[in-house]
Design a protein. Structure first.
Length: 275
């Protein structure tokens, strides 16, 4: 079985070094996702036809503040999500490890919650409809998800289950048997495919004129994509998921599907109104 596995392309997790400072692909992925997402949000804000009356919900320059809020929300929420959702026992015994983020250990679902709180604070501070801000950020989020999953692959982490499919790989540290490259499945579905679906909604259907529609489509779409990919991914340890007998990725994604469908229903039921 192993004879037919595709060799894993051992890529150094360190992208480059400047003197004693090493820059990891992990950090670059976060930076690329946030910066490209920021540029995409600015593009949507300056495109008048996307908005009711041709008026964006806030000036393009305010996207700089939104980037700062989102960065804090993603990083703090992502780390706390890893602590609370996946390894509460370990971090309770080793509290200083909570701050050791250079080697990874970030939860999407934690970052998702942190982002929502950041968007809420930004919207209150700038007197903006929170659902409209959610729509803007949701449309851009798959960019970061794509780069993040590619980095998971580079780091040979979050690998898939054992399989004999022709594209299976033997991952370093995962034993001798070939596995699904589930990180690439997630990069494709949670990143590229979800981005294209949301882009179609934004640029072809005037979805931003109905606050909450794009956010709902992202939330439900991610939940569906993640739950599907969990069928091929080795389950992460989590005391909460073990208690109900499903993978943690599925456990935390199922509520997203329900919430997303509700947001879509609300947005489509309400008349298009100014953001």
């Amino acid at each position: 079985m192993t004879l037919f596995a595709i060799p894993f392309p051992n890529i150094d997790p360190t992208a480059f070094s400047i003197g004693p400072v090493s820059v990891k692909w992990y950090g670059l992925a976060y930076a690329a996702g946030l910066l490209l997402g920021w540029l995409y949000v600015r593009r949507m804000l300056r495109t008048e036809r996307l908005w009711n009356g041709g008026l964006a919900p806030f000036p393009e320059a305010k996207a700089d503040d939104l980037l700062l809020f989102m960065t804090i929300g993603v990083v703090v929420g992502g780390r706390l999500g890893e602590v609370l959702f996946y390894q509460p026992g370990y971090f309770l015994a080793n509290p200083l490890e909570i701050f050791a983020t250079r080697s990874g250990g970030m939860s999407f679902h934690g970052g998702f919650v942190g982002s929502i709180l950041a968007i809420w604070f930004f919207s209150r501070r700038n007197a903006v409809n929170v659902r409209t801000t959610l729509d803007l950020c949701a449309a851009a989020t798959p960019i970061g998800l794509f780069f993040g999953r590619i980095t998971n692959f580079i780091n040979a982490e979050l690998w898939g289950k054992h399989t004999d499919v022709p594209w299976a790989m033997v991952f370093p540290g995962a034993g001798p048997l070939p596995r699904h490259p589930s990180q690439l499945y997630e990069a494709a579905l949670e990143g590229a495919v979800l981005f294209l679906i949301l882009a179609w909604l934004v640029w072809r259907t005037d979805a931003l004129k109905r606050p909450g529609l794009v956010a709902g489509a992202f939330t439900a779409g991610y939940g569906i994509a993640r739950s599907f990919c969990e069928l091929f991914r080795e389950a992460d340890p989590s005391p909460w998921a073990q208690a109900v007998g499903i993978s943690p990725g599925t456990l935390y994604s199922l509520p997203m599907i329900v919430i997303g469908i509700y947001l879509i229903w609300q947005a489509r039921s309400a008349p298009a109104a100014k953001a």
